[in-house]
Design a protein around this ligand. Sequence first.
Ligand code: XMP
Ligand code: MG
Length: 177
Amino acid sequence: MSSIKVLDKEFEPYISEEAIQNKISELAQQLNQEYAGKRPIFLSILNGSFLFTADLFRQITIEAEVCFIKLASYKGTTSSGNVITAIGLDANVSGRDIIIVEDIIDTGKTLHHFLPQLESSQPKSIKIAVLLNKKEALAYPVKIDYACFDIPNKFVVGYGLDYDGLGRNTRAIYQLK
Ligand code: XMP
Ligand code: MG
């Protein structure tokens, strides 16, 4: 694999397509066992998670639903100063088992602010599945239940992840040189 250029920056190969797909298969198998008979809702956070969600969901063999949402943050009047709105959350999550599907967790800020809102709709359970977990960057108390890869605090692109909107359309993941 060779390096790629996205806008002004060079990125080098970091996680191969094969490694990504192997981890996703493992995760799918685990979820197929743990959620059999529960009809979970996979709640995918756009835009970055669209490829991960597609590859994961096509290996889910139990009854399951999928819902794509976009999280938009704006300055609110809460103590934290952050309000996150979920756009497109049309599924009725009350009493349901929810699996949040995220491409990458960095500080955890986005999910930390979104989770109370989701909890207010009283789902039966919420678990978080991420492709990439920047463990050292975590600054908010968010519990990650399933992580395909723990990665260092370095910027990555590819496989849905972008640099300024570009670089999402690769099968592998690249890291900043
Ligand atoms: P927080 O800090 O809320 O951030 O956990 C999560 C969001 O930040 C973006 N992010 C990245 N996007 N390469 C990217 O393309 C990265 O290395 C990276 N680190 C964080 C991403 O949108 C994620 O949902
Ligand atoms: Mg994202």
